[in-house]
Design a protein around this ligand. Structure first.
Ligand SMILES: *Cc1c(COP(=O)(O)O)cnc(C)c1O
Length: 402
């Protein structure tokens, strides 16, 4: 832990700059260095060491200092307090965080409820691997419908896992209400908070037991390294750390932890621009007759707008989805005319990214009907909003849609 501590008396931006950093004891450098060594010198008699422990520097898969610095910062930004029994585990990717959470919490005979709109790996892990191979019962529910969540919960429900806003249909689920439903039944609630980032939404403060982040997205923010994090109670995270990181091997590279630490300094500054750009682009798209629908929780027309407004602040994130009144190939032609916005997967990067999700997604039956005919997931970068909107405008014209 840093000698300098930055509690909640300091603002989000101050904590994004300072938490987890300290003066390096050896050189006096005011930035902590990257430690790339795999192994650490053993004590005179190592025979009492726990080779699977995370409490002592032994081997980087047990834990490294760059990882630990980042964990301090992410706990703080997520509204967790290390001194109050909270903790954070940083792993090699968002999916390793999700897999680590599921492998550590679930056993055969348990039941899991999860959102119909989630990152694809959640569906693969829970509905295929855990269900078919490990005998974990799963129920997929539209978690924006509280009555459906209540109905899905059973006495053996161990976990409710939601994603809000959900990838890719931007559905909104009520974290406070679902936390209450879970806790009434003795179940736990995990929330994938990747689309909002802790700048806009902090699930632990709304009653969730775990907040999961793909650091690959907004928290790193520059599209150049992968990581994942789980924030929650230390008691449960100790188990997740030993299973997911030490035994399953989902450790993050110290270099990536360092890059994410650096990227995260500007999280609040970048998020303000992402929020602004996404709202402006959503409003622009809503006014275009050849746009079939726009899904962005910041729009009053979004069916989850009120719930989003009650749990997201100051903004609604940088991702929206939209569809065109056009056939399959016209969607691809539109993308081929873009010059500022790049056609690539991922989101939360500095640059704007768009991906055409065609009609063949096997999970389409789980999405609202407007998502059945092919649509775009659009991650607004931090470019000038006029250039992003101008780029869409000129591409629509070249495609004959404006
Ligand atoms: C990208 C993403 C993940 C997976 O994160 P990786 O770092 O790519 O493994 C999980 N959840 C959501 C919502 C995502 O967008």
């Amino acid at each position: 832990m840093s000698k300098k501590t930055y509690g909640k008396e300091f603002g989000f931006q101050t904590r994004a700059v300072h938490t987890g950093n300290d003066v390096d004891g050896e050189t006096g450098a005011i930035k902590r260095p990257i430690v790339m060594a795999n192994s650490y010198e053993l004590p005179y008699d190592p025979s009492d060491l726990n080779w699977s422990g995370a409490d002592k520097n032994i081997y980087t898969r047990n834990g490294g200092s760059n990882q630990r610095y980042l964990e301090e910062k992410l706990a703080s930004l997520s509204g967790a307090e290390l001194s109050q029994g909270d903790d954070c585990v940083v792993l090699g990717s968002g999916v390793s965080a999700l897999a680590g959470l599921f492998f550590s919490l679930l056993k055969s005979g348990d039941h899991v409820v999860f959102s119909s709109v989630t990152y694809i790996a959640v569906y693969r892990l829970l509905n295929e691997l855990f269900n078919k191979k490990f005998n974990v019962e799963t129920t997929i529910v539209d978690t924006s419908d509280l009555a459906a969540v209540r109905k899905a919960v059973r006495p053996n429900t161990r976990l409710i896992h939601i994603e809000t806003p959900g990838n890719p249909a931007i559905t909104i689920s009520d974290i406070r209400a679902i936390a209450a439903i879970a806790h009434e039944q003795g179940a736990l609630l995990s929330v994938d908070n990747t689309f909002a980032s802790p700048y806009n939404q902090r699930p632990l403060e709304l009653g969730a037991d775990f907040s999961v982040e793909s650091l690959t997205k907004y928290i790193n923010g520059h599209g150049d390294s992968m990581g994942g994090a789980i924030i929650g109670k230390k008691e449960q995270l100790d188990q997740i750390r030993s299973q997911a990181q030490i035994n399953l091997g989902g450790v993050i590279s110290p270099f990536n932890a360092w890059l994410i630490m650096r990227g995260s300094v500007t999280l609040p500054l970048r998020m303000r621009q992402h929020n602004e750009n996404a709202l402006k682009a959503a409003e622009y798209l809503e006014g275009i007759p050849s746009v079939r629908f726009v899904a962005y929780p910041g729009l009053k027309s979004h069916r989850g707008h009120q719930v989003a407004a009650s749990q997201m602040s100051p903004g609604y994130g940088g991702v929206l989805s939209f569809g065109l009144k056009a056939d399959h190939d016209t969607h691809n032609r539109f993308v081929s005319h873009l010059r500022v916005i790049t056609s690539a997967v991922s989101l939360g990067h500095d640059e704007s990214l768009i991906v055409f999700l065609g009609e063949k997604d096997e999970r389409q039956y789980l999405y609202p009907p407007e998502f059945h005919d092919g649509f775009f997931r659009f991650s607004l970068g931090i470019e000038d909003p006029e250039d992003i909107i101008g780029d869409i405008d000129q591409a629509l014209r070249k495609t004959g849609l404006l």
